[in-house]
Design a protein around this ligand. Structure first.
Ligand SMILES: [Zn+2]
Ligand SMILES: [Zn+2]
Length: 159
């Protein structure tokens, strides 16, 4: 890769970046843009009969899988939250969240990024619902316990 960096074209004097199609002369190792070599048809060094050695720029498609895998990391996995929500908050909603989280990770493993993102969002929503319901439930139970204790104490005091 380093040999491709900052080469100067022997025909037009312009820089040849890694995104250009590069031609190296087999006779004198001079670098050219592919289109510059094609324009002149020969090496610009006096008396050089070198043949062109083509080094095409990397295809954009070659970078696509790497991009997809880096995008895949952006799909959050809510499985841990879903399990916690199931144990501590609301079991029925938490189980739905676990199902969606599991679907998201299996879609991700299959490389289906769009489906993984969709089910991941669903998992988050169900996790959120389970957590909210759980917290509300805990608050209600606490209030009920407090009121019950208060009433019981009142009854005990009145006796
Ligand atoms: Zn050039
Ligand atoms: Zn040459």
């Amino acid at each position: 890769m380093s040999e491709r960096e900052s080469k100067i074209c022997g025909y037009c004097g312009g820089e040849i970046t890694p995104r250009h199609n590069l031609v190296i002369c087999s006779g004198c190792n001079k670098a050219y843009h592919m289109h510059c070599w094609d324009k002149s048809g020969r090496c610009q060094t006096d008396g050089c009969e070198g043949k062109p050695v083509y080094h095409p720029a990397p295809e954009p498609e070659a970078q696509a899988p790497r991009q997809a895998s880096s995008m895949a990391k952006d799909v959050p996995n809510y499985l841990a939250w879903a399990i916690l929500a199931t144990i501590f908050c609301c079991q029925p909603l938490g189980i739905v969240a676990i199902v969606f989280a599991a679907q998201a990770s299996s879609s991700l493993a299959a490389g289906n990024y769009e489906a993984a993102l969709k089910t991941s969002t669903m998992a988050r929503n169900w996790c959120l619902a389970a957590t909210v319901v759980g917290v509300v439930w805990i608050v209600l139970v606490s209030i009920a316990a407090f009121v019950l204790a208060f009433i019981t104490e009142g009854i005990v005091m009145s006796i």
